[in-house]
Write a protein of this length. Structure first.
Length: 184
């Protein structure tokens, strides 16, 4: 497995023990990179986080998958970093996906009103498919869609686009025609 600097030159020149990042290139999708994150993003380390991810973007990666399964906390400053990345890659025909986001981390996105701006997926296959087959979503039927509630992680099933409540935590959710789930 290649190390980070082999994937993005200079990525590990500066590091911080509070946030570990491991990179994985997705060869089946041009310009796609997974960033496996462990730790937390706060006011003190968000600047370095932003510098490192911008190196990846400047290296030509514009389809970014942030694997958040081991991310324990994100401050409002950290969310600002994700927003900056989204604003940077969108004009380049890029996109962000947040993967396996923890309920407490998702809560911060939700409280600040940013949850609807980001694509959130349950697993790596769904995230890669999102980038690799956007046009397939328009052709094929994406329902029924099995997903996890972004608040309580209960497994749910949607048979069509619309608004509904999570059967566990009663959070109102919305799902669009391409099976993207948002807080409703």
């Amino acid at each position: 497995m290649p190390n980070n600097d082999e994937i993005v030159s200079g990525f590990d020149i500066e590091t911080d023990d509070s946030l570990k990042i491991r990179l994985q290139r997705i060869d089946s999708v041009k310009g796609c990179l997974v960033l496996y994150m462990a730790g937390y993003i706060d006011t003190y380390n968000s600047n370095l986080f932003q510098k490192r991810v911008m190196k990846a973007i400047d290296s030509g990666y514009k389809k970014l998958i942030f694997h958040c399964g081991n991310l324990t906390y994100v401050s409002s400053t950290g969310i600002g970093s994700f927003t900056h990345f989204l604003k940077t890659v969108k004009p380049r025909d890029g996109e962000l996906v947040l993967l396996e986001i923890q309920p407490k981390v998702y809560e911060v996105f939700q409280l600040l009103g940013f949850s609807q701006f980001f694509n959130i997926k349950d697993n790596l296959d769904d995230a890669v498919s999102f980038f690799g087959s956007k046009s397939v979503l328009e052709v094929g039927n994406v329902f029924p869609k099995i997903f996890r509630c972004p608040i309580c992680s209960k497994k749910l099933k949607a048979v069509r686009a619309g608004r509904f409540r999570c059967s566990e935590c009663k959070t109102v959710l919305a799902i669009d025609n391409s099976a993207q789930v948002f807080l409703g």
